[in-house]
Ligand binder design. Structure first.
Ligand code: FAD
Ligand code: NAI
Length: 511
């Protein structure tokens, strides 16, 4: 008897292993071999979506594309998982692991979507036209044209703020796009190699190895943490000459870093940075940037202001968001937007105030929430649900018109009654559908990596809040971000990068 059970267990294990493999294999086959899509239907309303970031892509993910003639315009033909971008600046993660091509993604939608790799240069609200330019290096005979819309979603994100401080654009590096992370990674290595050049003076070595980060928001803090990690676990091993001089400084104008986190976690971050020997210079406002030093005004404990010159080799500028010119121009076209300073003011359905057929999501919209991926993703998903419902209710409305004709022309009372009953049913459904609730943001918490395998988290838990910092939070941070990655492919790539960096160390080549 026991032998039989064992044999059956063995067989069952085999069957489930084969079934599991077949399932995974079919999943991969399906991703690699998308089925034919019906072409976009030009008789349907044209929905133009600008951008392929958090807001726009989460809208496209949930949108039933067969209901509209959907056109996507963005200079970036991929989605970028920004929360892991700071890790790309030092090679903990390779940038392609957090990019998802928009082409693959759109190719799996139910109905085809048109994508144009271009920048929207102007929205003409009155004429319902978007002007688009191909800004990529290869241009065809046509590189400027226009796209008409019935409905428009603006999800173009924001630019880097410099507050007009001279020299920032020329000498500083930002951290927003893939190219920025690559430039930083190269610059770190260039500084290290140049610092160890034959006959370099001590003073010059010190300057070249001074890595300055301006802005103590989460971007600046996460980058400073990653950079210090890179130094501790790799750089100083391979280039021992830089050990004494390599130094990271974080400059922040306000009295503390990470203003959106709780006091306890701000203190924890500042303490960890001290242990990691990252200098935090709070109450220090950068006023001017030259190719070799920044000029900053610091306020002492006695309230006295002092101007100082801080020499640097690498300068990373992370002082938050500013409006894109496209958005500024649209604001100027709409009288109801005359007081908008930080972005397009939207109502509770994310409609751009003063319009009926333009919506805005993410960093370019102002709806009283912080400009985060979390907000942008929820806004995009909300719009998708609303557009799906709008399409369904329009379908019902058309059917209702048809049915009332049927009712009018009905040959007898029975047919009239039947049509009447159907109309009643549909009207009920329509009323239910039209009651769409306004957008409400649900905050899942804030998370940030602060270096030396530590992270901080303010997590909303039921109705309370949990603030935590440390190594366990770090594993939580890793698993949370891994699960949030765009695709299984991204998840596997990120996981492999982490293992690779742990086993072999980060790559210190400059390319
Ligand atoms: P984006 O994601 O910036 O996308 C904008 C899109 O518009 C891009 O595809 C761009 O190419 C395109 N575009 C630009 N100009 C035009 C144009 N003229 N015409 C057409 N398309 C255009 N948030 C969190 O919640 N958690 C985090 O951990 C986190 N980490 C971050 C780390 C870094 C380094 C950075 C920079 C940001 C981080 N954020 C995080 C913030 C988050 O990335 C943004 O809030 C989010 O990307 C906003 O989404 P969006 O769709 O508005 O804009
Ligand atoms: P931020 O706006 O959050 O912080 C910028 C900081 O720079 C501010 O603290 C400001 O006081 C300081 N600053 C401005 N001018 C200065 C000057 N001249 N000199 C010195 N300091 C100056 O910007 P950040 O970090 O780029 O973030 C942008 C958005 O993205 C935020 O909403 C943030 O929440 C989100 N984000 C979230 C992350 C996370 O949750 N882990 C990671 C990165 C970004």
């Amino acid at each position: 008897g026991g032998f039989r059970i064992l044999r059956w267990t063995w067989r069952l294990t085999w069957v489930s292993a084969v079934a599991g493999l077949a399932y995974v294999g079919y999943g991969i086959y399906e991703t690699r071999n998308p089925v034919d899509q019906p072409p976009p239907d030009p008789t349907k309303k044209t929905l133009v979506v600008l951008g392929t970031g958090w807001g726009s892509v989460s809208l496209l993910k949930k949108l039933d594309t067969e209901n509209y003639n959907v056109i996507v315009v963005s200079p970036r033909n991929y989605f970028l998982f920004t929360p892991l971008l700071p890790s790309c600046t030092v090679g903990t993660i390779e940038h392609r692991s957090i990019m998802e091509p928009i082409r693959n993604f759109l190719r799996h939608k139910k109905a085809a979507v048109k994508y144009y790799e271009a920048e929207a240069t102007k929205i003409d609200y009155e004429k319902r036209i978007v002007y688009v330019n191909d800004e990529s290096p290869i241009k065809g005979d046509v590189s400027q044209t226009q796209v008409s819309f019935d409905m428009l979603v603006v999800g173009v994100g924001a630019e880097n703020a410099t507050f007009g401080i001279p020299g920032v654009r020329e000498h500083g590096l930002f951290l927003k796009e893939v190219g920025d992370a690559q430039a930083i990674r190269n610059r770190i290595m260039d500084c290290c190699e140049t610092a160890t050049f034959k006959d370099q003076s001590e003073e010059e070595r010190q300057r070249l190895l001074h890595m300055v980060v301006v802005g103590g928001g989460p971007t600046g803090v996460e980058f400073a943490g990653e950079l210090q990690d890179f130094f501790h676990s790799d750089l100083k091993k391979w280039i021992p000459e830089i050990q004494e001089k390599f130094h990271v400084t974080l400059v922040e104008a306000l009295p503390n870093v990470l203003p959106m986190f709780s006091k306890q976690l701000i203190d924890y971050t500042e303490k960890t940075f001290k242990e990691e020997t990252i200098d935090i210079r709070t109450k220090t406002m950068v006023k001017n940037v030259t190719d070799k030093y920044i000029e900053a005004e610091s306020t002492g404990p006695d309230g006295k202001k002092q101007l100082e010159r801080i020499p640097y080799g690498l300068l990373v500028w992370a002082t938050g968001n500013a409006l894109r010119p496209l958005v500024k121009d649209l604001i100027n076209q709409i009288p109801a937007q005359k007081d908008s300073r930080r972005g397009l003011a939207v109502n509770e359905y994310l409609v751009v105030k003063g319009t009926e057929n333009v919506w805005a999501v993410g960093d370019c919209a102002v709806a009283n929430y912080a400009p985060t991926a979390q907000v942008a993703a929820q806004e995009g998903a909300f719009l998708a649900r609303m557009f799906n419902q709008m399409a369904k209710s329009e379908e019902i409305e058309t059917k209702l018109t048809e049915l009332s004709e049927v009712q009018e022309k009905a040959p007898n009372a029975e047919a009239r009654n039947k049509a009447f009953e159907e109309i009643k049913d549909l009207q009920k459904r329509l009323r239910r559908m039209k009651g769409v609730n306004p957008f409400e943001y649900s905050h899942q918490g804030s998370l940030a990596y602060i270096g030396s395998e530590k992270a901080v988290a303010d997590i909303s838990w039921f109705s309370g809040n949990i603030a935590s910092g440390g190594t366990i939070t770090y594993f939580f941070w890793r698993s949370a971000y891994l699960s949030m990655c765009f695709s299984t492919r991204n998840r596997i790539l990120v996981l492999m990068d982490w293992v690779k960096a742990k086993v072999f160390g980060r790559d210190v080549s400059r390319v």
